[in-house]
Design a protein around this ligand. Sequence first.
Ligand SMILES: [Fe+2]
Length: 393
Amino acid sequence: MGEGARAQIPAILAEHGHRIFVLVDPFIATTPRFAALREAIVARGLDIESASDIPPELPVESLVALTARAREFGPDAILAVGGGSVLDAAKLVALLATHGGALPDYYGENAVPGPVLPIVAVPTTAGTGSEATPVAVVSDPDRALKVGVSSRHLVPAVAVVDAEFTLGAPAGVTAASGIDALVHAAESYTAAPLELDWSAELPVFLGRNLVSDTIALDAAQRIGRWLPVAVEQPEHREARRELAYGSLLGGISFASSGTHLSHALQYPIGALTHTPHGVGTGLMLPYVLDAIRVEPGTAGRIAELGLALGSTADSVEGRVDDAVAITAQLGQRIGLPSSLAALGVEREQLPHIAELGLQSRRLLAISPIPASAELLLEILERAHDGALTGRSI
Ligand SMILES: [Fe+2]
């Protein structure tokens, strides 16, 4: 992690072999920074084959085509330079190139049989934290919602986070990806702990735990402070650095804990409105916090999040009110729609969204309050109307 850290990439790649399949975001591929990196890799004596035709929604057929190219080249390792889709593509190409079969064989949790080709992940947006997580998400035309492949074998071998790659990213991209990182931190911190059977195979996502707790609060504090600055001043180096670091921390945090309600609801909302992942999760976050505050232990955790986000209230209730209001105001400041109505969702569509949201069982398993269809619908109705219970600050 650091500005200029990309200079380490050729040496890191050389540790993993000589033939490197490079997946790179099509815009990043045209930049002088990437050209210099490419040159340095070649100068190191490594053979590379690059692909940059990576569609943002990551349809399954695009991964099949990329895997065929990778197989033909026969790489020792994969270098991924791009946003969440590019990093996820690298995970899935590494999976298919190593183990064969078809992608649906691996949907869900713990279906990857063993290690995959090593991935060196270099994020160029600050948000998904995919450089540190065990999950990749794809669009399958046979499924109504996006589907995930989750396995610890998909965690990249190395993450190189160089915030200079994020300098100048457009406000809309910065906002949607950055707010998602805050949702990762907030949902990791408020996740329920799972009862673990240590003698059996563990689930990929364990609910909140000691490691994720510390990291999540640090992430929230950095993102809350610096996201609006990065959106308003795209070349602000300190903001970009803090946001890239906050995003990495958010990724490390939810990599072990998982996320819950905002994510479970975003999948159907995103499918319906064709809006970016972070727009949906970021819009939902204040409404989710507002709903889960009824559980006393969770209220204490939301209060701590409130402190990390700048609350100066001296009671738990006041800090929870602030956490809800600050996350809502942050969304508005960076240009997110403040309600599902503003996003174009009709009230009549809410029961169907709630029903689809229920399908995300692995996310709902770590919801801090029982996630019934009624609860999801209630959260959706409030989000539709822009109705938060907390006072505004
Ligand atoms: Fe997310």
